[in-house]
Design a protein around this ligand. Sequence first.
Ligand SMILES: Cc1cc2nc3c(=O)[nH]c(=O)nc-3n(C[C@H](O)[C@H](O)[C@H](O)COP(=O)(O)OP(=O)(O)OC[C@H]3O[C@@H](n4cnc5c(N)ncnc54)[C@H](O)[C@@H]3O)c2cc1C
Length: 313
Amino acid sequence: MAKVLIIAEHDGRSLSPATAKTVQGAHGLAADVIDVVVFGDALDAIAQDAAKLAGVTCVRVVEDASLAPALASRLAPEVVALSEGYTHILAPSTTFGRDLLPRVAGLLGCNQVSDVMEVVDARTFKRPIYAGNAIVTVRVPDAISPVLATVRTASFAAAAASGSAKVEAASAQAQDPGHTEYVGAEGSSGEGPDLSSATVVVSGGRAMGSSENFELIGSLAKKLGAAVGASRAAVDAGYVPNELQVGQTGKIIAPDLYIAVGISGAIQHLTGIKDAGTIVAINKDPDAPIFEVADLGLVGDLFQLLPELEDAL
Ligand SMILES: Cc1cc2nc3c(=O)[nH]c(=O)nc-3n(C[C@H](O)[C@H](O)[C@H](O)COP(=O)(O)OP(=O)(O)OC[C@H]3O[C@@H](n4cnc5c(N)ncnc54)[C@H](O)[C@@H]3O)c2cc1C
């Protein structure tokens, strides 16, 4: 009998869509129980949203001032304290889950399966390897319990908001290990949609040449209501901050529409957009590898094409 605990991701105001996708991933486990735990402070609205996710049995709400903002070092022992009786513990394969779950795995002495993209059965999963060039099927040995896994959110749709799970208050039980302190958070300007969950993304590459030129991408994105992304070369060159990087060592995204401008299409970049719907590429080199995966391609100089495209829009 599978009993699943999912660790909810939120920003203190709303539940991250990554949680709904993790719940959808858990449906494949044919579990008898899917509980979601929400850690933080003043969690009413977030807990209510989690309770609406189809298939969720119970939302366990652990409210404590020391749990907000969420630090993996503080949350991990709390997850362990709640883990009794669960056969599976899941978190989204986002920065949040990738930070937290390995700590839980360390404390429980269990190996973790990372980046689950398909559930074969309760102990067997498919996950990408070699920058997404191959898919490996892995099985968690029977001796390991609970099964710990991060779920690749780009591989699952969000669970429908059609449920009505019960909401239960729980108390913080673990001691703060005290070795990590929250100092502050710096993020993007908050303009435009979030890159991880946007339905349209416009990304620029090395060819943009400068941060000033990169504003052409921002301007097109604004017109389309899109999020801005970038290749690693553009990030390394300092045109945009690291949080905009798409790819193997950046964000894995699954927008309905992805527009790659002046990006060659290196495998490490393509890994990040494997699950995108329609891919549009603008590149002056007709042999650029990006055209092998693009649904639509424009061959030409981006500095001419982008203003034309924007005018046309
Ligand atoms: C371990 C590892 C992890 C990595 N992780 C990532 C990752 O997460 N994300 C990522 O993106 N990369 C990653 N990389 C780097 C990756 O291999 C490539 O180097 C990078 O993606 C190249 O970025 P680019 O396409 O912007 O630049 P380039 O490969 O230099 O391509 C620039 C493109 O712009 C075109 N171009 C030039 N001028 C114009 C113009 N005026 N108009 C139109 N087109 C023009 C060129 O024809 C070319 O195709 C990783 C590499 C390694 C080794």
